[in-house]
Design a protein around this ligand. Structure first.
Ligand code: DC
Length: 220
């Protein structure tokens, strides 16, 4: 049933997946699908309902009430939660941490994986996440596992926050990255791992353009 050309990019938090995937999508005139944003929108719904991140049974129940969809406005992905554009609310540390917990619940994954597969079936997409090459699109045309050392990822995040005028703590950021990696890699369902047929790209010592060029060359 697959008709679109699919590029799958997986990797840990802060590896630069969304920056790279957006650039590749633009270059190749593909649609960029940010699956983390879908898990974040679900996390927002659960937090608004006051659900405990550790209560998997309640998460499985309450996630059924959340309708998540995406649309594109001026080329940007907009995530809709029961019809509301929630892009402005999902980029916080609190939401990221809830998303990491709630994404471990199979009922949440089933719902969102189905949406992701439907999107990839009808268009040429660059999709990023944790399980795209392993579970969502096992037949993707190109699979990349994009990573970087935790110190490098922490430093990038630190500089981003400095630029925003905040006073970040580098050691604390790195610890949070290590904790999130552990949680995403050790969950029972669809843990983060490199697919056997994925190409490993370590961006620790590469510029953004070099990574884009490397992935583009895999597509050629
Ligand atoms: O990429 P991100 O930081 O926006 O993702 C937030 C969380 O969502 C991440 O910690 C794990 C989860 N996630 C997932 O389980 N599967 C995906 N395909 C994408 C994200």
């Amino acid at each position: 049933m697959k008709t679109g050309y699919n590029i799958a990019i997986d990797g840990p938090a802060g590896a630069g997946k969304s920056t790279i995937a957006k650039k590749i999508a633009k270059k190749m005139n593909f649609i960029y699908v940010d699956t983390g944003a879908m898990y974040r929108a679900m996390a927002l719904y659960l937090l608004r309902k006051g659900i405990d991140p550790a209560d998997a049974d309640r998460i499985a129940e309450v996630c059924q009430e959340a309708d998540i969809s995406i649309e594109y406005q001026n080329g940007e992905q907009v995530v809709l939660l029961n019809g509301e554009n929630v892009n402005a609310y999902i980029r916080t540390e609190e939401i990221g941490s809830m998303a990491s917990c709630s994404s471990a619940v199979p009922a949440v994954r089933e719902k969102l994986v189905e949406l992701q597969r439907r999107l990839a079936a009808k268009a040429d997409v660059v999709m990023d996440g944790r399980d795209i090459g392993t579970v969502v699109l096992p037949d993707a045309d190109v699979k990349v596992y994009l990573t970087a050392g935790s110190a490098t990822r922490a430093k990038r995040r630190y500089l981003e926050l400095l630029e925003k005028g905040e006073k970040p703590d580098l050691a604390q950021i790195e610890q949070k990255i290590i904790d999130r990696d552990y949680q995403d890699m050790h969950r029972e369902h669809s843990p983060l791992r490199q697919a056997e047929d994925a190409v490993l790209v370590d961006s620790s010592d590469m510029t953004i353009d070099e990574v884009v060029e490397r992935i583009s060359s895999l597509c050629r």
